[in-house]
Design a protein around this ligand. Structure first.
Ligand SMILES: [Zn+2]
Length: 236
């Protein structure tokens, strides 16, 4: 008698699973697990939230040009687009401070001013309904063996966001955890909302430069940031 029961329950479980996948397929939803990792990808706190994404540099300013084939400005723009699509898929609204390889100050009153491209970023964020501001960057160190991810914050209200982003990002990318740091950066100091500046990896490190040029690693970074944003909105 035992065997048929086991078979039956296996069949029931299989059917239930099949039903779940069919249903999620019909709803256009991805199973909320990261492929291969089995880790739950939380997305339940994103609906209706408004996020400002700030891909660093752009236009005349390529940012860090490291040992890899791509520049900082290219890498962070690609990750921002990936993250924007994910956030929108789960119901968040996204404002980008730049959408192409241009300076955010181009065509604004900030053009040509000292810190003009930074002022254009924070002005766009502050006049938007954005609830959080996330600036995306790649790092540089004279010692090419230095690698890893850090998130910078400045204001007291930035701290929880920085912690959430750092934790989720290193959990997803498996990058070395360099922790969060308090830094007096323009875009952190001059934004009215919780803000964080993410240094995803070092373009001076050959391995991280190679990874940051890769679509699969950029996607992994975007998924980590998505999970971090979701975790932040769980408590804020
Ligand atoms: Zn930068």
């Amino acid at each position: 008698m035992r065997k048929p029961i086991v078979l039956y329950s296996n069949l029931a479980a299989t059917l239930a699973m099949l039903g779940f996948f069919l249903l999620s397929g019909m709803m256009g939803a991805e199973a909320p697990f990261l492929a291969g990792s089995g880790r739950y990808l939380g997305t339940e706190n994103l609906e209706g939230r408004i996020v400002v994404l700030d891909p660093g540099h752009g236009g005349q300013d390529p940012g860090t040009v490291g040992v890899g084939s791509t520049t900082e400005a290219e890498n962070v723009l690609a990750i921002a687009w990936e993250l924007k699509a994910l956030l929108e898929k789960y119901g968040a609204e996204v404002i980008m401070t730049r959408q192409t390889d241009t300076s955010p100050s181009a065509g604004t009153q900030f053009y040509g001013q000292k810190n003009g491209q930074l002022a254009a970023r924070t002005a766009a964020a502050n006049r938007s309904r954005g609830e959080i501001f996330i600036s995306l960057h790649n790092d540089w160190h004279d010692d090419s063996s230095v690698r890893g991810t850090s998130v910078h914050y400045y204001k007291a209200q930035d701290l929880a966001l920085a912690e959430a982003l750092q934790g989720a990002l290193v959990a997803h990318t498996k990058a070395r955890d360099l922790g969060i740091k308090r830094s007096n950066f323009y875009v952190l100091r001059n934004t009215n909302m919780p803000a964080a500046l993410v240094e995803i990896g070092f373009l001076s490190n050959p391995e991280e430069a190679r990874l940051l040029a890769r679509p699969s690693y950029r996607r992994e970074a975007a998924l980590g940031l998505l999970a971090g944003i979701n975790a932040y909105f769980a408590g804020n």
